[in-house]
Design a binder for this molecule. Structure first.
Ligand code: ZN
Length: 111
């Protein structure tokens, strides 16, 4: 959800809550956000946390906590060398690491 839409909906909710409170004559405890912008910022941060969950680059599993390992992509565009180290889950990090070690030892044996 876009931040501007969150701010709009939060502002509408606050306005509605204020209208309800004014209509009711008996005092009662109502929990509302201090201001709509702060409420929207909190909601945006929660939405951002959900979308930025860590996923394994090989199998797309959600990674809890720290990544068990990282892959390595290196590519060249003109003179610029770019590298990326995508996160890997424990299973994929182990499988890719062992496969790389095997390929390396075969290469060394062949000379
Ligand atoms: Zn994986």
């Amino acid at each position: 959800m876009e931040v501007s839409r969150v701010i709009e909906s939060a502002a509408e909710m606050t306005a509605r809550n204020a209208a309800k409170s004014a209509a009711v004559s008996t005092p009662r405890l109502v929990a509302i956000a201090i201001d709509a912008v702060a409420d929207a910022a909190l909601r945006a941060r929660e939405a951002e946390a959900v979308t930025h969950e860590l996923r394994c680059d090989a199998c797309d599993e959600v990674i809890e906590g720290e990544a068990a390992g990282h892959g390595l992509y290196v590519w060249v565009r003109g003179d610029e060398v770019r590298r990326e180290e995508p996160p890997l889950c424990a299973c994929c990090a182990t499988a890719i690491g062992i496969t790389a070690l095997q390929a390396w030892s075969i290469e060394e044996e062949e000379g």
